[in-house]
Write a protein that binds this ligand. Structure first.
Ligand code: PXP
Length: 255
């Protein structure tokens, strides 16, 4: 078990499958990428089974569950189909995300406030099966409060806006929003994760937030793997995360 204060790294292997599917053959295999990421220091593997199966497909989930020792964070939309698949496989965790068919990637967090009625049964059924449910939300107090009232033990805070904005003042404001949200989440008893769009350039300020327990990173690591290999990309990300945590602890910040 990772020690308290340790920041876990979940590696999302979706885009290995994107490349594989571009050719319609078996190579490159996201399960092989997951094994490599595990060897390089990943603490978990994330895979998003989308309704249109544009990257990860059902057989990948079977193989990831059977062949990879790390906990699987199964990303899904809150649909009946995905709930049934999750209940069949019983992964360690399920992260519920909003999903629009035409989007290039997950574009924003769930609306846990207005989505109470459709999210409630999914959180309940997955939790009853022993799956640790997280809700992917924007870093807003009312979303965290809604996640808590839905019974989700974990939230994943959307870092996409923080990563995308170029203006330093706007980025600092977004970082502060994430930090305030993570502190609030932790104070009300939620485990806070974060992810979306993180890279070597953007990870450190997020990794330094002491109330965040896990980062989930995919596209950048898989892209970087083209140039220097997946193992090196994962190791460098791990190092940057550890450095950020060590610097923050040395500066005496408390939770
Ligand atoms: N977390 C969630 C909930 C996501 O939907 C995604 C994208 O699939 C990620 C993290 C990883 O984002 P990225 O691929 O940009 O690192």
């Amino acid at each position: 078990m990772p020690q308290e204060g340790y920041l876990r790294l979940g590696v999302n292997v979706d885009h290995v499958a994107t490349l594989r599917n571009a050719r319609g053959i078996a190579h490159p295999d996201p399960v092989r990428a997951a094994a490599l990421a595990a060897e390089a220091g990943a603490d978990g593997i994330t895979a998003h089974l989308r309704e249109d199966r544009r990257h990860i497909v059902d057989d990948d989930i079977v193989s990831l569950m059977a062949e990879i020792d790390l906990p699987l964070n199964f990303e899904i939309a809150a649909t009946d189909e995905m709930r049934e698949i999750a209940l069949r496989h019983r992964p360690h965790a399920a992260c519920i995300v909003p999903e629009k068919r035409k989007e290039l990637t997950t574009e924003g967090g769930l609306d846990a406030v207005r989505g109470h009625n459709y999210l409630g049964p999914v959180v309940r059924d997955l939790s009853a099966a022993g799956i640790r449910v997280s809700l992917f939300i924007d870093p807003e107090k009312e979303q965290l409060d809604a996640a808590l009232s839905l019974g989700a033990p974990v939230v994943e805070l959307h870092t996409g806006t923080y990563c995308e904005v170029e203006d330093p003042t706007a980025r600092a404001a977004e970082l502060e929003r994430i930090e305030i949200a993570a502190a609030h989440g932790s104070a009300i008893g939620l485990e806070c994760h974060a992810g979306h769009g993180l890279s070597f350039d953007t990870v450190k300020p997020i990794a330094a937030i002491p109330t965040i327990a896990e980062l989930n990173i995919g596209h950048f690591l898989i892209g970087e793997a083209i140039f220097g290999g997946l193992a090196d990309a994962v190791k460098r990300m791990r190092r940057l995360m550890d450095e950020a945590r060590a610097t923050r602890s040395a500066s005496g910040s408390s939770e």
